[in-house]
Design a protein around this ligand. Structure first.
Ligand code: NAD
Length: 485
């Protein structure tokens, strides 16, 4: 079989592992298909990428920001021109449905356009001085070299929403994608180079987190780290780099609630909860993993929910009519199945799903049944821990206050929704819920690229939001100038 081997990119050069070691990028819907192979670089290779970034950064920082932006906008156009093919690549390596992949590629295009245009708006502030004959203003400066480490679940959107603001701000980047999804990451890097990005400004390294990732975190030549991934690895990064006085941004897990009040449009609530819980196979940091419903409408909600979820067609994301693809890998599938056993053992009621799907359409991939537990209580592990799969825990509350209390009774605080027709209730929820993103009558998933994104509590670390103009606060430092004349 011909090998579909792709390179890393260091200093603009295509690099293969010096000792020839590679790893395989497998289609989770059909594990017989090797989508691509990528180099398994060493820690030393990652160090070379950091050096290449250091070398290229100074010139890049002195390139006028609108010119940097022109390259980003051109890359957006390349990605848009190739969107259909990119969506197929994304579905083949990550598993999500083609519609979900198309939406994610479109988002990456918007992100590069947005930050490209920000090249004209990298503003400081001009403030009246208290002194006579003085101009008082601030300038934004880049940080230097930024390590960008990303997960597999949004493998084009997340790297884009980190790389684009990093580059427009004048930083150089070393980017490590997750090993399940290197190909779509490579395509971002390729598009930027074809758009005219100078060599070394963006370096692409693949390999394990424990070696390549470790260098990106521990190297003293790195000025900032932006990481999205699990709480465990996030904690490790905090321990390793937290004392170095560099910028660190960690976007971690979620255990997001959807609260359904008794005045909600029940059909809409069901549809939005289903989208939030089972869209993207539940593998979204913003996925709805807890539905908290008022007791007096709980039966109706649960009945309609089960009826709707039974109709979800699970299969290869490339196939017509499929609403839910596989989970990304065997390890992740087994972890989800373990959580389902935990839920049963804890006494939650399994009302739908719970098993791996086999049979002709499914036996070659990691397909799970959409799973619903009812009678879930807040102390259960399935109500507290991130499962990151198509499993929804339904909990009941006796009042609005209790529903808000349950929503907040977790360590995470990424996104939260409420379904209600009452404006006062909606606002009270907006004010009281502990989450970085709040939705009213909308699913917990789904973000627009030009507004800030980030969580509260254990979901985020670093105080500075991603996306929108807010992201520039992470990728730049502010210099205050007092100019007397
Ligand atoms: P992960 O933490 O296992 O891996 C994330 C990245 O870190 C990968 O590139 C991996 O190779 C790398 N890595 C692993 N160990 C490392 C180490 N010791 N040092 C440096 N790098 C290392 O997460 P995942 O399984 O890829 O993604 C799923 C997780 O991501 C979930 O917890 C999900 O909630 C979270 N997530 C959060 C957001 C958000 O914005 N808050 C968005 C998407 C996903």
């Amino acid at each position: 079989m011909a090998r579909n081997l792709f390179p890393c990119v260091i200093g603009g050069e295509k690099i293969f592992s010096p000792d020839g070691r590679t790893f395989r990028d497998i289609n989770p819907a059909d594990t017989g298909e090797v989508v691509a192979e990528f180099p398994q670089l060493s820690r030393e290779d990652a160090a070379k990428a950091i050096d290449a970034a250091r070398e290229a950064q100074v010139k890049w920082a002195s390139t006028p920001a609108p010119e940097r932006g022109r390259i980003l906008v051109k890359a957006a156009q390349i990605l848009e021109d190739e969107a259909d093919e990119l969506a197929r690549v994304l579905t083949r390596e990550e598993g999500k449905t083609l519609a979900e992949s198309r939406a994610e590629v479109a988002r990456a295009v918007s992100i590069f356009r947005f930050y490209g245009v920000m090249g004209y708006r990298l503003r400081g502030e001009f403030t009246p001085s208290a002194e006579p004959n003085t101009h008082l203003f601030t300038l934004r400066e880049p940080l230097g070299v930024v390590s960008i480490i990303t997960p597999w679940n949004f493998p084009i959107a997340i790297p884009s929403w980190k790389i684009a603001p990093a580059l427009i701000s004048g930083n150089a980047v070393v980017f490590k994608p997750a090993s399940y999804t290197p190909l779509i990451g490579y395509r971002i890097v390729d598009a930027l180079h074809r758009a005219g990005l100078p060599p070394g400004v963006l370096n692409f390294v693949t390999g394990p987190g424990s070696t390549v990732g470790a260098e990106l975190i521990n190297s003293p030549k790195v000025d900032a780290i932006s990481f999205t991934g699990s709480l465990e690895v996030g904690e490790e990064i905090k321990r390793a780099a937290g004392g170095r006085n560099i910028r660190i941004q960690l976007e971690l897990g979620g255990k997001n609630p959807a609260v359904i009040l008794d005045d909600a449009d029940m059909d809409r609530a069901v549809e939005m909860v289903v989208r939030g819980a089972f869209g993207l196979t539940g593998q979204a940091c913003t996925a709805t993993s807890r539905a908290i419903v008022l007791e007096n409408v709980a039966e109706e909600f649960e009945r309609k929910l089960v009826e709707r979820v039974k109709r979800i067609k699970v299969g290869n994301g490339l196939a017509e009519g499929v609403e839910m693809g596989p989970v990304v890998g065997e390890k992740e599938m087994n972890k989800i199945l373990d959580y389902i056993r935990v839920g049963i053992d804890e006494g939650a009621k399994l009302v739908l799903g719970g098993k791996r799907l086999m049979g002709p359409e499914h036996s070659k991939g990691y397909f799970l049944e959409p799973t619903i537990f009812t009678d879930v209580t807040p102390d259960m592990r399935i109500a507290q821990e991130e499962i990151f799969g198509p499993v929804l825990a339904v909990m009941r509350a006796h009042s609005f206050d209790e529903a808000v209390e349950l929503a907040n009774k977790i360590e995470y605080g990424l996104s939260a929704s409420i379904f209600t027709r009452s404006l006062p209730r909606a606002f009270e929820f907006i004010n009281r819920v502990q989450a970085g993103v709040v939705k009213v009558n909308k699913p917990t998933t789904g973000l627009e690229p030009h507004v800030p994104f980030g969580g509260f509590k254990k979901s985020s670390y670093g105080m500075v939001k991603e996306q929108g103009e807010a992201a520039l606060d992470f990728y730049t430092k502010i210099k205050t100038v007092y100019l007397g004349y």
